[in-house]
Design a protein around this ligand. Structure first.
Ligand code: UD1
Ligand code: CA
Length: 460
């Protein structure tokens, strides 16, 4: 078999009311089209063609570089026209075509396999996927005679009796390539919408005496996304699937209804995920890490034994046994070493915090390297930006930075050094020294008593 998969994805998605092409809307970190391609991927098709139209450039740019090819359907004259355009982009070697949709992300690979298997074993000219819907309003209905499929009628073209049919057309089909090539050329647009309907192919083939097979899918898989409500619905199902998979693999998720993990996030067995956790992009959580409650992490890694609570992480690395939060903001390049700490109201950007070093409270650490076993006192900040360039701060090993120190970069503090609380440090500090930058404290004795007396003399 030489298989081509054609994904129909040219539609506008008017009901999304969005500038973004419908198939690029995301569910659990992957576009709707991405889900369609991921579902088809295990079929190992010889060629995959995505029919694009609305937002064509953007959709094509989203395709994986060595996977599917995009072909533009302009104007969009209906699903039959889309299939014709897609088929036109296939090579002459193709003998079997699977048509599927770019906006039905719950569809399972096993369902597509069932369509292909039935198509093959029944030696059909066409095999369609159907589902029996509780409420099929709006969908094409599958018309059968003596059990055999003889056609599909769109809701708007259906009569009373046909509208009562609950078996709907999913819009996933397998075709014999030679048959499809011939019949697409015979489609006409004399229907209510003036479009070329791919669905009409079925009636034409049935009339030709060709064999039409069918597979009935689970209704739950056949949810097309047309609105934000649909998108939320499918996102929830996909999210539950991801969480169930992780729990099955040994991840402790305390309340799976309140954990949002994107596809592609890697969570190791033995990790604990508390409620209200969002994990996005290329995030990795090792086994033994505790994440949440309330953590939003993107493209970050959290190592074994680390705990991260009530925090936002973007492109950050949290080392083994490190503790983060509550209320910590780790920005790109934040790299916390083994056993280190970034505590409450601490922001770290493009900085290394060495093994066992601590930044416990109210600090901004930017463009900084901190060595081992150092402590950064409360309310310390690195003044890394002079209005023109970002400058680095170097803090050595076993350093004690006093509370409310301002480190004016570029500046370095040597190993074992101290800075006095409240100091503005703008020159390098030698190893082992105490750097103090503080005006003298003056004392005016008896001030309070004199102040009181003056007030009573003035009759206040
Ligand atoms: C289509 C089917 C209907 C089925 C329903 C299931 C037809 C005529 N009707 O109806 O029987 O029950 O799907 O969802 O096929 N597309 C293009 N180019 C076009 C038009 C559509 O690529 O010119 C793509 C869309 O992006 C979408 C898919 O084809 O992914 C289906 O199009 P849509 O407009 O949603 O078809 P329906 O009218 O819903
Ligand atoms: Ca649709």
């Amino acid at each position: 078999m030489h298989l081509a998969v054609i994904v129909l994805a040219a539609g506008k998605g008017t009901r999304m009311k969005s500038e973004q092409p419908k198939v690029l809307h995301r569910a659990c970190g992957r576009s709707l089209l991405g889900w369609a391609l991921a579902t088809a991927e295990p079929l190992n098709a010889d060629e995959t063609v995505v029919v694009v139209g609305h937002g064509a450039d953007e959709v094509v740019a989203s395709l994986p570089p060595d996977g599917a090819v995009g072909v533009v359907q302009e104007p969009q004259l209906g699903t039959g026209d889309a299939a014709r355009v897609g088929f036109g982009a296939c090579t002459p070697d193709v003998d079997t075509v699977l048509v599927t949709l770019g906006d039905m992300p719950l569809l399972g690979t096993a369902t597509l396999e069932a369509v292909l298997n039935t198509h093959r074993t029944e030696r059909a000219a066409a095999t369609l996927l159907t589902a029996v819907f509780q409420d099929p309003t709006g969908y094409g209905r599958v018309v059968r005679e003596d059990g055999q499929v003889v056609g599909i009628v769109e809701e708007r073209d259906a009569d009373e009796e046909q509208r009562a049919i609950r078996e709907m057309n999913v819009s996933v089909y397998a075709f014999d390539a030679a048959v499809l090539g011939d019949v697409l050329g015979r489609l006409r647009s004399d229907n209510d919408q003036g479009e070329y309907y791919l669905t009409d192919v079925i009636a034409i083939l049935a009339a030709d005496g060709q064999r039409i097979a069918s597979v009935v899918a689970d209704e739950a898989e056949c949810v097309g996304v047309n609105s934000h409500a649909d998108l939320a619905l499918v996102s929830n199902v996909l999210r539950r699937r991801i969480n169930e998979r992780l729990m099955h693999d040994g991840v402790a998720i305390l309340d799976p209804d309140r954990v949002y993990i994107d596809v592609g996030v890697d969570v190791g067995a033995g990790a604990r995920i508390y409620p209200d956790v969002y994990l996005h992009g290329a995030t990795t959580i090792e086994g033994g890490a505790e994440v949440g409650p309330n953590v939003d992490a993107t493209d970050s890694s959290i190592a074994a034994g680390a705990t991260v609570r009530y925090s936002v992480l973007e492109g950050a690395v949290v080392g083994p046994e490190a503790t983060v939060g509550p209320y910590t903001y780790l920005r790109p390049g934040a790299d916390l070493g083994i056993g280190s700490k970034a505590g409450s109201f601490v922001e770290v950007k493009n900085s290394q915090v060495g093994p066992r070093s601590k930044v416990p409270h109210l600090s901004y650490i930017g463009d900084t390297t901190i060595g081992e076993d150092s402590n950064v006192g409360a309310a310390t900040i690195t003044a890394n930006y002079d209005g023109f360039t970002k400058n680095r701060t170097e803090i050595g090993d076993r350093v004690k930075i006093g509370s409310d120190t301002i480190l004016v970069a570029p500046v370095s503090v040597g190993d074992d050094a101290y800075t006095g609380a409240g100091s503005v440090i703008s020159r390098d500090v030698s190893p082992g020294a105490l750097a103090l930058e503080r005006s003298h404290q003056e004392e005016i004795p008896g001030y309070a008593e004199r102040r009181k007396r003056r007030a009573s003399e003035d009759g206040e």
